[in-house]
Write a protein that binds this ligand. Structure first.
Ligand code: CTP
Length: 409
């Protein structure tokens, strides 16, 4: 953030009262901040407060109210030229409509259409939930997304109307997090930017009875590291996870499941639309055929279960995937298993498999490092050293980026 030129655009919504705090946070991070305030915004936050925290004049009207010898006659394009990024928070329905149709009647809208290509624009709509969901607002948001803007959906909670629902602007700290992510060079230049990535992670639990289950030692750390790294590169990430004790990575859409069947059901709706499916979950291969209701009693000296095979989620995706979609798997092996990994790559119709040696100290389940060997569909094999899981995730994504259809020659 240090030295970056950030425009904070503020429109006329009640959440505008939080924006001096956002400006302060940005300044604390070393950013240069200029505020573009709409006519509506003036009703909710004071120009003086914003000028004080930004240390700059606040930009409002395209036409200067008075003309002096210092008047900048090209002021309407200067903000767009200056900015490294634009954050619009809160963005009202009115400003979204103007931005999407190219209207330009104040400094914020002028800045938007004069912004240099490739500079990130982050838009935080905040308004009444019904307004937000109205077809015209949604259409305008879609247009802005196709123009390359990042639009962050409002949060749910108490609204100014007294109702509870969708419409709140995220907290200034959270907005700062989104902007830092957007501005990281990895995000700006990654081919994963804007791609839809689905990651499965963690173990699954297969019920024996009402209080017991079959599972494994997976902690979910590798899958979460991949989800975090992909989101940092600007991908839209969906994380489907079994039971784990991990924080949801920033800007990741998390779905919690228990069993393999639930994991498949949660993943299926994304099969068609995702660009990349990364299967890092340690899915239980089998489940008890007939789990008991309630708690089983220990009346018998010996008991036997019948286990039935679970669906293979990755193989299912590999079978269904359309041309251009990538299927990425892991092969966890306790013996020297490169050949097994190659077999899985071909049997499950994958584009890449990460052979993951399991020794419980340096790689595999529930440790913070991993030793991966990446095998691509054409046989190219890359041995990675022992790495922290975050770094291993980065290397895996580097390899995946090269396999994206647009990067193949
Ligand atoms: N996988 C899956 N669904 C399953 C089993 C595995 O999606 N029911 C995925 C894993 O997430 C991993 C890959 O398939 O990406 C390989 O998993 P692994 O456990 O190494 O191999 P299996 O296919 O289960 O075969 P085996 O247990 O015989 O080694």
């Amino acid at each position: 953030m240090k030295g970056k030129n950030i425009i904070v655009g503020i429109c006329g919504g009640i959440a505008a009262y939080k924006t001096p705090q956002l400006v302060r946070l940005l300044k604390k991070q070393g950013a240069n901040v200029k505020v573009a305030l709409t006519e509506g915004g003036c009703h909710f936050v004071s120009e003086l407060a914003l000028a004080t925290v930004s240390g700059e004049q606040v930009y409002r009207k395209i036409f200067p109210p008075t003309f002096t010898e210092n008047t900048d006659y090209t002021g309407h394009i200067s903000l767009g030229e200056w900015a490294d990024a634009v954050v619009i928070a809160p963005a009202t329905a009115n400003t979204l409509a103007k931005l999407s149709s190219g209207l330009c009647d104040d400094m914020l809208t002028a800045c938007f259409i004069t912004l240099r290509p490739g500079k990130p624009v982050l838009i935080f709509p905040a308004m009444d939930g019904q307004m937000f969901l109205s077809p015209s607002v949604q259409r305008n948001i879609k247009t802005l997304i196709t123009q390359g803007c990042t639009v962050i959906n409002p949060e749910s909670g108490e609204l100014a109307s007294g109702l509870c629902g969708l419409g709140r602007m995220p907290a200034p700290e959270s907005i700062l997090g989104y902007l830092e992510q957007e501005l990281s060079s990895a995000t700006l230049h990654s081919p994963l930017r804007g791609k839809s990535v689905v990651v499965t992670a963690g173990p699954t639990r297969e019920k024996i009875d009402g209080v017991r289950f079959i599972s494994n030692y997976s902690s979910g750390k590798m899958g979460f590291a991949i989800a975090r790294a992909a989101a940092k590169r600007g991908a839209r990430v969906t994380l489907i996870t079994g039971p784990v004790h991990l924080e949801t990575p920033f800007d990741v859409d998390r779905h919690d499941v228990e069993s393999a069947q639930e994991m498949l059901a949660a993943a299926l709706p994304f099969f068609r639309s995702c660009d990349i499916f990364i299967s890092a979950a340690a899915v239980s291969d089998y489940r008890p055929l007939a789990p008991c209701e309630g708690k089983m009693k220990k009346d018998e000296d010996e008991i036997a279960f019948t286990l039935v095979k679970n669906p293979d989620i990755l193989a299912e995706f590999g079978q269904q995937k359309a041309s251009g979609q990538l299927a990425i798997g892991f092969a966890l092996e306790t013996q020297t298993g490169l050949d097994n990994a190659r077999k899985k790559l071909s049997a499950k119709n994958l584009d890449l498999i990460a052979f993951n040696f399991f020794d419980r100290k340096t790689s595999g389940f529930d440790v913070d490092t991993n030793i991966l060997t990446l095998i691509e569909r054409d046989g190219i094999t890359t041995e990675l050293p022992q790495l922290p899981k975050d770094d291993a995730a980065g290397k895996l994504l580097d390899a995946i980026e090269k396999l994206l259809p647009e990067n193949l020659h």
